[in-house]
Design a protein around this ligand. Structure first.
Ligand SMILES: *Cc1c(COP(=O)(O)O)cnc(C)c1O
Length: 358
């Protein structure tokens, strides 16, 4: 069996060791005679998995006791709504930094709930950089940022220092680098990029914010419901949380987030070097100081060459390299589970392709 070199933006590559373990345990999970998917979410076997996912995430991200870890459904996209529903009160303003269409969408949902303000934006320059000139509105409830911009291929290196609660959509770079969780009021991430399969969304929330959720909110849209029930108010996505626990164990085996961060920087470096040393054949979309270590976005001289590039890459087993339709060109998503070998094969291919054309 030949596995693809998977550069998909999401859902994306999972570690082979994790898939093999899940396969091995599929028919008979811990001598229950059932798969994990067939177990009650109230069983002690599932509970241990649920508990382990939370404990490992806390350990790997160094999450302080001031913050709760919640497992939700509805993807990062539901968080675009839940954040303002829970945290944006009458008379307050949700502040947003616009850095690609995900942050645009987040603000669009907040507008349905209350007042919003664009605190900074790089929209007029095709989202090619992370803006630093942040101007908060009066009565700001929070500042919302997107730590890694999956579509544009930009990433915050230093998080902004602001006097209001900082909220981050970390869907495409959670667990890829060390961050200081205590600086954030709330972090959310759909799992399908760095954490596991789609179906579970991780929310890390400072506990004092739970009181802000209005009792009139639908039960399932109130963060407090998840906090008070250990995310077991209703049936959680048990298989996705099980897979998350395996991915977290894998990260630990790799040496934790610090080791992963180093590897990710090395992977990104060889790709950006290939782009920079291509004499203008490949052009990086993001400005150098804002480049993402997760999504490497680049263009070729024209549409025809881009099509040829993608077709030949596919023949070589290099999959998922088409850019998002709003940016065009190509995008290599190199999340935690994409190893150095895959990046080296891609660099080799990019160099050979260029030399055959030039
Ligand atoms: C993928 C992605 C989303 C959307 O996630 P869903 O789980 O599909 O809702 C939101 N924000 C960012 C930064 C993403 O990369």
């Amino acid at each position: 069996m030949k596995r693809a070199y998977n550069f998909n933006a999401g859902p994306s590559a999972l570690p082979l060791a994790v898939l093999e373990r899940a396969q091995k345990e599929l028919l008979n999970f811990q001598q229950t005679g059932m798969s994990i998917m067939e177990l009650s979410h109230r069983s002690k076997e599932y509970d241990a998995v649920h508990e382990r996912a939370e404990t490992l995430l806390r350990k790997l991200m160094n999450i302080p006791d001031t913050h709760d870890v919640l497992f939700l459904q509805g993807g990062a996209s539901l968080q675009f709504s839940m954040v303002p529903m829970n945290l944006l009160k009458e008379g307050e303003v949700g502040n947003y930094v616009l850095t690609d269409s995900w942050s645009d969408k987040a603000m669009k949902e907040a507008k349905k709930v209350g007042a919003t303000h664009v605190a900074a934006s790089s929209k007029e320059e095709q989202y090619t950089y992370i803006p630093t000139n942040i101007e908060l509105s009066e009565r700001a409830a929070y500042l919302h940022i997107t730590s890694n911009n999956t579509i544009a291929g930009t990433q915050w290196r230093e998080f902004p220092n602001v006097a209001v609660d900082l909220i981050a959509d970390m869907s495409s770079d959670i667990l890829s680098r060390n961050i200081d969780v205590s600086r954030f009021a709330l972090i959310y991430a759909g799992a399908q990029k760095n954490l596991g399969p789609s179906g579970v969304t991780v929310v890390i929330i400072r506990k004092d914010l739970l009181a802000k959720g209005d009792d009139h909110l639908p039960t399932m849209l109130n963060y407090r419901t998840y906090s008070e029930s250990r995310s077991l108010y209703n049936t959680p996505p048990t298989f996705a949380i099980y897979m998350l626990s395996l991915v977290l164990e894998w990260v630990e085996e790799q040496g934790g987030v610090q080791a992963i961060e180093k590897k990710n920087a090395e992977k990104a470096a060889i790709l950006y070097r290939c782009i920079d040393e291509s004499e203008g054949f490949y052009k990086g979309h993001a400005k150098k100081e804002s480049r993402s270590h997760m999504n490497v976005t680049f263009t070729l001289p024209n549409e025809e060459l881009t099509k040829k590039f993608l077709a030949e890459a596919k023949e070589k087993g290099l999959i998922g390299l088409a850019g998002h339709r709003s940016v065009g060109g190509c995008r290599a998503s190199i999340y935690n589970a994409v190893d150095m070998e895959a990046c080296e094969v891609l660099v080799q291919f990019m160099e050979t392709f260029r030399k055959n054309i030039f």
